[in-house]
Design a protein around this ligand. Sequence first.
Ligand SMILES: [Zn+2]
Length: 187
Amino acid sequence: MRCPFCKENDDKVIDSRESTDAFVIRRRRECLSCGRRVTTYERIEETPLRVVKKDGTRIPFERRKILIGLMKACEKRPVPSEMLEEITQKIEDYVTERYDREVPSKVIGNLVMRELRRVDQVAYVRFASVYRAFQDVEDFEEVAEELRRRPPRKREAAAPGGGAAAGGPAGGDGEEAPGDGPEPASP
Ligand SMILES: [Zn+2]
């Protein structure tokens, strides 16, 4: 550590002790060049993980957002909540293990898609279509918000009126379609 007085980078620790709460270590150092003493405090670094959006802005990583996104995508789908919790945990673990301080939002979005695909095809398509539409913004929150605002409705177009009035291009219930093509266009 560089001495604040003589700027030499040569010192020895002469005393080291934990503070009362044990989260901080106080060290007494002596400069070997000029002999002056300084005290340093060492504490656990709490740099929260941040998500880097495509436009370069940073927002704090929040697992809550992942869970909410998953819940929206799985609305009215036979996917138990514990599973969504598990996926969220898995993604959080993955991200915090591999990324030190910042993680691209794209990484998280792709992880969510990968997990959803495994769990529920419909939820996957729902999420993917909205997510891809937002990729410019890459804001996870907006994906969740969009999913909330437009709760995915399936065969409802065919339900009332009896007429095959404004049938979408999907022509009925593409709900369980195994392919991962784009979601049937909804108004
Ligand atoms: Zn010095």
